[in-house]
Design a binder for this molecule. Sequence first.
Ligand code: CO8
Length: 381
Amino acid sequence: MQPTQSVPPEVLISGTGLFTPEESISNTELVAAFDEYARRFNGRHAEAIAAGEMRAMGMSNAEFIEKASGIKSRHVLNKSGIVDPDRLYPFIAERRNDELSVQAEMGVKAALQALECAGQPVEAIDGVIVACSNMQRAYPAMAIEIQQALGIQGFAFDMNVACSSATFGLQVATDSIRSGSARSVLMVNPEICSAHLEWRDRDCHFIFGDVATAVVLQAADLPGRTEAAWSVLGTQLQTRFSNNIRNNFGFLNRCDESGVGARDKLFMQEGRKVFKEVCPMVYEQIGEHLQAMGLQPAQLKRLWLHQANSNMNELIARKVMGREVSRLEAPLILDEYANTSSAGSIIAFHKHRSDLQSGDYGVICSFGAGYSIGSVILRKC
Ligand code: CO8
C-alpha cells in the first residue's frame, strides 16, 4: 500500500474581537495631573533643588506628546488613580481566587466577540493562547482561566513576547493547526499596560493604554462564517536582544531589598534608539517576507502595523511600499488607544479590514521589546 501524504490544512483567521475600557484620558488631562505632581514634588524638594543636590522635575506638554508620538488619548481600566496627582497610577482592586481575574475578564469579553464573528461554537475550539506583555500573576495561566470561563476543552497556555506577543501567538496557532494538533485556536491579548507604566516619568507617561483583543484561527474546512475570513499565507518571526526596552519586575526582586520599588521595576526605554534601530529591521523583514511569498509590495492593500508611534509607522510604510502611504493603507489607532503593546496591530486589523475585497493582500506586523518582530501575510478569502 502507498503511504498516504497528509497535506497541511489552509489556516484562516475567521474572527476578531475587541474590548475597549470605558474610561479614557486625553493628553490635556494627563499633562494637568503630571504637572501638578511635578509642581508638588519640586515644592517638597525646593531646598535640595536650589542647592543643586537634586534636579527639578520638568513639566509635560500635550503638544509635544501628540507631535512626538501621534497619541491624543488612551483608554484605561481606571482613570481616577492615574489622574490623581497624589498617586499617578491606577486603582485596580484585588479579587478573590473564586472570582474571574481582571485580565481574564477583559480577555473573555474580546474572545466572545471573536467567536461570534467567526461563527464558531466554543466546542469547536481546541486551544487557547493568551499572548501579551505582562501577566497579572505567575500561575495558573490566564489562558486556562479564560478556557474555563468559556467552557472550552483542550489545552491553554500563556506566552509573552512583549509588543510582538500577538504575531508570535498567530504563528504558534497557525503551526498548531497546520500540524494537526488543533483544528481551531483562540488567541487572546489582554493588555493592562497602565499597571506597569511609570506615570511619574514625563519621558514615557503618555505612551500606553489598556485594551484586550482576540483572534479565532481555524482550519479552512471547519464550518463557520468563513466567507469574510482571511487566509494565513505565511508568518515570519525575528528576535534580537536589546536592553533598550526593559522592565526588571519579577519574583527575584524580593531577594535583594535594595532594588525593591526602584525605577527599573516598571517600563523603561531609550525611545530614540528604539526608533532608529527597530524601523530598518521592520521594513527589511516585511520586504523579505513578501519576496519569500512571491509577492510584490505593490500587491499589498493594507499594513496593519504595531501602534507605538505614528512617525515610525509612516516611515515603515513608506519604505515598504517605496512611496508615500495613506492612512487608509496603513491605519492608525494609536491616536485614540495609545500603545497597547501586543494588541495594537490586532485593533488596526479588527477595525480596518471590512472594506477590502476577496483576493486582497495585507500584512499584520508587530515590533517591540526583545527586540521582537513578527509579520503575518494574509489574503482575503
Ligand atoms: N513633555 C515635554 N517634553 C518632553 C516630554 C513630555 N512628556 N517627554 C520628553 N520630553 C523632552 C525630553 O526630555 C527631550 O528634551 P531634551 O531635548 O531637552 O533632552 C525632548 O523632549 C525630546 O525627547 P525624546 O528624544 O525622548 O523625544 P522623541 O522625539 O524621541 O519621542 C518617543 C519620544 C515618543 C518615546 C519616541 O522616541 C518613540 O516613540 N520611540 C519608539 C518607541 C517604541 O517604539 N517603543 C517600542 C514599544 S514599547 C514595547 O515594546 C512594549 C513593551 C511592553 C509593554 C509595556 C507596557 C507598560
